[in-house]
Every structure is written in C-alpha cells, then in structure tokens.
Design a protein around this ligand. Structure first.
Ligand SMILES: NC(=O)c1ccc[n+]([C@@H]2O[C@H](COP(=O)([O-])OP(=O)(O)OC[C@H]3O[C@@H](n4cnc5c(N)ncnc54)[C@H](OP(=O)(O)O)[C@@H]3O)[C@@H](O)[C@H]2O)c1
Length: 244
C-alpha cells in the first residue's frame, strides 16, 4: 500500500492505493480511519499471493483481472470504505475495458505527467469520459534514486522561470494545473512545500505555453520491471497501451 496526503486550503485528503493483490483488504482501519477519500488501483499488474511489496520475480506476475478488481473496488465504495475510487497508470485501452464493465466509473487516473511527458492523448480521453487526471512525479522525481533531473534542468522551463521570477518547480506545477490536472508534488522541506503551493495567483502566457508544447517528450518511469518474455506484459507497448 502507498499513502499520500494532499494538504490544500485546510483540507486533508487521504489517498490509498491497492498494490497488485486483490486478496489484501482495504486497511483504512489500520490508520484509525473509517474511510479513505480516494482508493486507487496502483498499477494494472497482479502478483501471486505471497509476494510482498516490490520483492517479486518476473514469474510472480500473473494476468491482471480488470473486471474482478474493479468489482472489488466498487464494493469498497458501496461499503463506504472509500468515498471515491479510481486507477493509476492506466492507458486508454485498459480504461476502455474497465469502462465497458464498470457500474461506477473511475473518478481519477493518477499517471506520470510533467512538461516533459505531457500525456495529451490520455488527458483528452479522460476528459471525454469524465475521469479526473492527477500527475505523479510532476517534477520528474527530482533527486530521487529512481527519478530524473530532466524536468528541473530543462532549459525552456529555466528560461520561463527567469522571465517570470518564479522557480522551475512553480512553472512545471502551474503548467500542470492549467491543464486541469492535479499535480501531486512531494517535498520533505517546509520552505519548498510552501513555494510549491504558490501557483494560484498568476498564470502562464500563450508564449510560455507554446514553448512548453515544443519540449521533446519522454516517459521517465517506464516500469520495465513489469515486462517479461513469459509474463502477461511482453513489451512496454502492451503495458502502456502503445503510448511509450
Ligand atoms: N501512482 C504511482 O504509480 C506513483 C508513482 C510515483 C510517485 N507517486 C506519488 O507521486 C508523488 C510525487 O512524486 P515523486 O515524489 O515521485 O516526484 P516529484 O514530486 O516530482 O519529486 C519529488 C522530489 O523533488 C524534490 N522537490 C520538491 N519540490 C521541490 C522544489 N520546489 N525544488 C527542488 N526540489 C524539489 C523533493 O526533494 P525535497 O523533499 O528535498 O524537497 C523530491 O526529491 C508521491 O506522493 C508519490 O507517492 C505515485
């Protein structure tokens, strides 16, 4: 399970994710809570029963049951354990399959998104279907062992930040926000946390937006660990619904 806290305007929103095993029940009670605000399927991936966290081998990955998993998520919603339910890291094909079977459509799709991986097609699809998009690694996972410095060192974002007297992080977060997407930025530093929220009383101009639209695109977190010759996902294209 992964927990993320979003604090804004005095509202605390708790999101939990189901990580790869349907057999483990929603454990909001372990946190001393009656319910969570949002419960997400973390990845369209399923492991064998005994696997804990990310300690898995390629043969531990078994076919993901979209229909059965979503039915269980819907049950969590009906029982009042989750106020909203959604998914994470779902591409257009998987969302389409889910929507064909769903009684309750997903409220959210949480995906990697930043100015260097803009997710245009997926955002358009989600907009048409009324699914809100939230952006993980909005700064590219800067300074994290598995992250990238490409967003924070991007010359176009630096140029815009200098001209507008903002930080590069604020430019990236404001751009995401202007796309109608919720950035989920993480910081353990109080000052950076505060600065990261100071994006609501100014806007990017058309020239800034045009420049950001021209930035070459690259998915940073490809999740190769879920792809294997004999597993259910034999290529990154299959995992990401041809959007790699
Ligand atoms: N659903 C999924 O599959 C998925 C996948 C990955 C991540 N997530 C979630 O998405 C959230 C954020 O993603 P993330 O942590 O990967 O990436 P991120 O928010 O893009 O980057 C976090 C890194 O940026 C640094 N940082 C934050 N604000 C900064 C600023 N203003 N200036 C300079 N550095 C700054 C942080 O360092 P300091 O702490 O030192 O400020 C930290 O090293 C997390 O809650 C995570 O759980 C979800």
């Amino acid at each position: 399970m992964n927990y993320s806290l979003l604090l804004s305007y005095g509202v605390l929103m708790l999101t939990m994710t189901l990580f790869s095993q349907l057999s483990k029940p929603l454990s909001s009670k372990k946190l001393g809570l009656e319910y969570v605000d949002l419960y997400l399927i973390h990845w369209p991936v399923r492991f064998k029963q005994d696997v804990e966290g990310l300690n898995f081998k390629s043969e531990d990955i078994i076919p993901f049951d979209i229909k059965g998993t979503w039915e269980a998520m819907e049950e969590c919603y009906r029982l009042g354990l989750a106020k909203s339910i959604g998914v994470s890291n779902f591409g257009i094909k998987k969302l389409s399959t889910l929507l064909e079977n769903a009684k309750i459509p997903p409220a959210v799709n949480q995906v990697e998104m930043n100015p260097l991986w803009q997710q245009g097609k997926l955002r358009e699809f989600c907009k048409q279907k009324g699914i809100h998009v939230s952006a993980w690694s909005p700064l590219g996972g800067y300074n994290l062992s598995w992250g990238s410095s490409a967003v924070m060192e991007n010359s176009v974002l630096h140029e815009i930040a200098e001209a507008r007297k903002k930080s590069v992080a604020q430019i990236a977060l404001r751009w995401i926000y202007e796309q109608g997407v919720t950035p989920i930025v993480k910081s353990f530093n109080k000052e950076r946390m505060k600065k990261n929220t100071e994006i609501f009383d100014w806007e990017l101009n058309q020239e800034d937006l045009d420049k950001i639209n021209q930035i070459p695109q690259c998915r940073f977190q490809k999740a190769e660990m879920f792809v294997s010759e004999n597993g259910p996902y034999k290529s990154l294209e299959e995992l990401w619904d041809d959007d790699v």
